[in-house]
Design a protein around this ligand. Structure first.
Ligand SMILES: Cc1ncc(COP(=O)(O)O)c(C=O)c1O
Length: 424
């Protein structure tokens, strides 16, 4: 069982901001003392570069760095720590993949994504259009879930890669990754999973999921910013070319060329984010202690309660599946109709504000902030999805282990305040 009041005591930000109702964990999470302590302990006891020094504190730093890799690898169900590459975040992990996998793609090869993807699972693949690679998008259903029928219909013998988010940062839907892995592999396509919104929130087992690659970010799972990971099946990773060049990723260098370090160091050019890896490992310890099943159940309860209350509020439009079983801890909504941009109309009205009965999401977020409630508003780095939903922007409240039903109640009281402020 998750006890948010007890958990909050581990997060100094809440004692420093006693009225804060933080509902933006899908953007980034708060950090427990245990994570900050682990980083401080590293700096104060063995700060030095890794894999290089042959003195004691460097060996200590290397051990802490590599055992962090092992810990994080186990957390996602990977049997071999060499299958985890440290990156800056999900975005870098996906760029690494698009760049390295893209080297062996040819004009006419296809990559299959979906319209619900975050920009970081779109743009890196779109770069490959330069070499004639075709990027396709599976649609969403009217309920706000992935349209599997459309996905399979768009798959062809030329589909080399299927890359999808596990949990949408807007719709909150949990995509059936096990089923999709089978569909992709039956078609001899590689299956890449964007785990930015799933690894922090539910038990993950890459072996059972049978994905080929999984990208995730430390800062969305109680860890520090600037550290993330890319899981890859060892044989696949080992066969990929390097991503960036420099120190650490090489074995031998001459004036004519170089040979590469072993996997995963081949992908980790330059001095890595040592303290970040150590901090992320402490975050993993924290989450493991809570139990990832408990984390998931807690969020399921909060989202179920939120949707029940939301259905009782007039003019509240919300997105994604209604069944909490299929929904992560992300609640995306608008108050009234917030139509998509119409440049001609908006410019002729000399305003890009929304000319409808809806309340602009930025106004909603600003008024909520007056009540010390932090939510997100905008396009959530998913502009094609906004277009698909026929809106210019939305607001989003997202939950984590330190949120309680009281936070949800405060959120709905604030929704009422927003409505009152804009009552005509
Ligand atoms: C689904 C999804 N993918 C990718 C990202 C990118 O994560 P990062 O900015 O940590 O690279 C996010 C961030 O919000 C996300 O929600």
């Amino acid at each position: 069982m998750i006890n948010p009041e007890r958990i909050k005591k581990d997060f100094p930000i809440f004692s420093n901001n006693p009225d804060l109702c933080y509902l933006d964990s899908a953007a980034t999470t708060q950090k427990p003392r245990q994570v900050v302590d682990a980083i401080e302990n590293y700096y104060y006891s063995c700060n030095s570069n890794v894999h290089r020094g042959i003195y004691k504190i460097s060996e200590d730093a290397t051990n802490r760095f590599e055992s962090s890799r092992e810990n994080i690898s186990k957390f996602i169900g990977s049997r071999d720590p060499r299958q985890v590459v440290f990156t800056r975040n999900t975005t870098e992990s996906l760029n690494l993949l698009a760049y390295t996998l893209g080297k062996s793609l040819h004009a006419g090869d296809e990559i299959l994504l979906s319209t619900m993807e975050h920009h970081s699972n779109m743009i890196p693949w779109q770069f490959l259009r330069e070499k004639g690679v075709i990027v396709k998008y599976a649609d969403i259903t009217p309920e706000g879930t992935l349209d599997l029928h459309d996905l399979t219909g768009k798959m062809t013998k030329k589909t080399k890669i299927v890359s999808l988010t596990h949990v949408s940062n807007v719709l909150g839907c949990i995509n059936p990754v096990n089923e999709i892995a089978k569909i992709a592999h039956d078609n001899s396509s590689l299956f890449v999973v964007d785990g930015a919104q799933s690894v922090p929130h539910m038990p993950i087992d890459v072996e059972r999921m049978n994905c080929d690659f999984l990208a995730f970010s430390g800062h969305k799972m109680l860890g520090p910013a600037g550290i993330g990971g890319l899981y890859g099946r060892f044989d696949l990773l080992d066969n990929l070319p390097p991503f960036m060049g420099g120190g650490e990723m090489i074995l031998n260098v001459s004036l004519d060329g170089a040979t590469w370090n072993e996997t995963p160091l081949k992908f980790e050019a330059g001095t890595p984010n040592i303290e970040g890896a150590i901090g992320l490992s402490a975050a993993v310890d924290y989450l493991r202690k809570l139990g990832m099943d408990n984390v998931r159940n807690h969020e399921k309860e909060l989202i179920g309660y939120t949707m029940k209350r939301a259905s009782e509020v007039e003019d509240l439009i919300f997105y994604g599946p209604r069944n909490p079983e299929m929904h992560g801890g992300v609640f995306t909504f608008n108050i009234g109709d917030v139509p998509a941009f119409d440049l001609e109309r908006d410019l002729s009205e000399r305003s890009v504000s929304i000319s409808s009965n809806g309340i602009h999401p930025h106004d909603t977020a600003t008024i909520m902030d007056r009540d010390d409630i932090a939510i997100r508003s905008g396009h959530h780095c998913a502009m094609p999805l906004m277009t698909r939903l026929g809106v210019s922007a939305t607001s989003r409240a997202s939950f984590y282990v330190y949120n309680s039903k009281e936070d949800v109640d405060r959120f709905f009281a604030a929704i009422n305040d927003v409505k009152v402020a804009f009552a005509k």
